[in-house]
Design a protein around this ligand. Structure first.
Ligand code: HSE
Length: 438
């Protein structure tokens, strides 16, 4: 049997603690799967004494993750600290320079420094695995990097943030407030240390940037993503969507278009009958559209200790099974030198349907003026309804909800600007994309 593979883990939060616990619970299975002993030998975290429900006595303790990263005690450095800069970044670089394979769940780090780190790993003949960074327990990185090698991918999209999907599901099903649902997601261990990263769409953007690179063979390009979060989605939007036969999901979408690659993260209305609309709670889903397979759907638990630890264990097992003298496969699917530059599509050229919710003064002609602005911009309406804000209200403020047929974003913005000029709006208009082909 091969020699023991020695693991050092930096970061013992929700995911790190789950990895340690699962190593203890599943040691026999891991040995069988890997064909060799795999042992955690050292750990590092901020506070040794914190109660995490796991025993640390048998591990070498490092106060400083940098010391662990470059230590001769380990073969694989597992980075579960998080954060795009600072200690996590320094530690991963130190580990690669010291000749250690790296496993990380850190999407922010890879979205920002993925190409640099991949280059460093390739130069040193090391593996840098990051299955846990995208969509929790779903093995989508391995699928893109290995299984779909013969496919040409045209679009990849999905629900990539468990916290947001949990919030939107609970708001819709239980009529609960945004704040209450977010609190629940935090208690359940789904949310980021700062949940703004979840709700404002940045976490989805980090993950999408990695999927895009792997799907299209381009350099990682986080700053080219158009990002909107769910912080402005109200119960009124969720109810109106439901009445029209849609659910609202935070989608990350990357597609090859005529003008380049379009990457966007935004709340999106999907038909209630679509598969993606049935993906609820903390579950994530990724759809990959390819020439050979049509649509491939991967779905599973997207956040939380066990799901994310499952991906970390898979990466460790992969390293354990790799041959010591083998030239390891490239981190981002293609060698860094072969990655194409990123060409950004024009977002305002995006074509699709739109949901628009307007809060207006209930005066004669308002409804007609809204419809006229749409017609002026050649926008064909699928539906338009005017409602009281509450069921008991008879006059005063009204809501106009409309959905459009296929149009482009620039026409929608021109129409909205005209509606604003007409002076009938009492609140900011709500605009949500409709993705009928999801
Ligand atoms: N906060 C993330 C989520 C954790 O909710 O999906 C998994 O990356």
């Amino acid at each position: 049997m091969n020699k023991v593979l020695r693991i050092g883990i930096a970061g013992l939060g929700t995911v790190g603690s789950a990895v340690v616990r699962l190593f203890q619970e599943k040691s026999e299975r891991l040995v069988r799967q890997c064909g060799r002993q795999v042992q955690i030998v050292a750990v590092s975290a901020r506070n040794y004494k914190q109660d995490r429900g796991i025993k640390l006595e048998s591990f070498i303790w490092y106060d400083d993750p940098l010391d662990l990263a470059s230590s001769a005690d380990i073969d694989v450095f597992v980075e579960l600290i998080g954060g795009e800069e600072g200690i996590a970044c320094h530690a991963v670089k130190a580990a690669l320079k010291a000749g250690h394979h790296v496993v990380t769940a850190n999407k922010a780090l890879l979205a920002r420094h993925g190409v640099t780190l991949a280059r460093l790993a390739e130069k040193n003949g090391l593996l840098l695995h990051f299955e846990a960074a995208v969509a929790g327990g779903i093995p989508v990185i391995k699928v893109l990097r290995e299984s779909l090698a013969g496919n040409t991918i045209s679009r990849i999209y999905g629900i990539l943030n468990g916290t947001c999907n949990y919030i939107l599901t609970r708001m819709g099903e239980e009529n609960l407030s945004f704040e209450r649902c977010l609190k629940e997601a935090q208690i359940l261990g789904y949310a980021e240390a700062d949940p703004i990263f979840d709700v404002e769409g940045n976490d989805t953007a980090h993950k999408l940037s990695l999927l895009t690179s792997l799907a299209f063979g381009t350099v990682v390009s986080l700053d080219d993503i158009y990002v909107e979060g769910i912080q402005n989605i109200s119960l009124a939007d969720i109810r109106a969507a439901d009445e029209l036969g849609y659910r609202i999901k935070l989608l990350g979408v990357a597609a090859i278009t005529d003008t380049g690659i379009e990457q966007r993260v935004q709340p999106t209305m999907v038909p209630t009958s679509s598969v993606i609309a049935q993906v609820n709670g903390v579950t994530n889903a990724v759809v990959i559209e390819t020439d050979l397979l049509g649509k491939l759907l991967l779905s599973g638990v997207g956040a939380g200790g066990n799901a994310t630890a499952s991906a970390v264990l898979g990466d460790i097992a992969d390293i354990a099974k790799s041959q010591p003298d083998f030239q390891h496969g490239p981190v981002l699917g293609s060698p860094v030198i072969a990655l194409k530059p990123y060409k950004k599509a024009t977002i305002r050229a995006h074509a699709g349907g739109y949901f628009i919710r307007l809060t207006v003064d209930d005066r004669t002609g308002v409804f007609a003026s809204v419809a006229k602005r749409m017609a002026q911009n050649a926008i064909s309406l699928e539906s338009i309804v005017q409602r009281p804000i509450t069921e008991t209200q008879t006059h005063g403020i009204k809501t106009i909800v409309l959905t459009t047929h296929q149009t482009n974003e620039s026409a929608v913005y021109k129409a909205l600007s005209g509606i604003m000029q007409d002076g009938n709006l009492l609140d900011k208009p709500q605009l949500i994309r409709i993705e009928r082909s999801s």
